[in-house]
Write a protein that binds this ligand. Sequence first.
Ligand SMILES: [Zn+2]
Length: 59
Amino acid sequence: MKNNFKKILNILACPKCKGDLELKDNWFVCYQCKLKYPIKNEIPILLIEEAKELKSDER
Ligand SMILES: [Zn+2]
């Protein structure tokens, strides 16, 4: 599953800044926006409304 996500990482972009995302645990993380996007049922939810703010120790 994670290998599949690594393949699509290249074509995924943050919906807010269109920047690169990084896979971290079960989240896609945008370090520019300090947001993380959930993966639900193995589907990345790249919606700003669904994103959570990164905690300081995750930055
Ligand atoms: Zn972003």
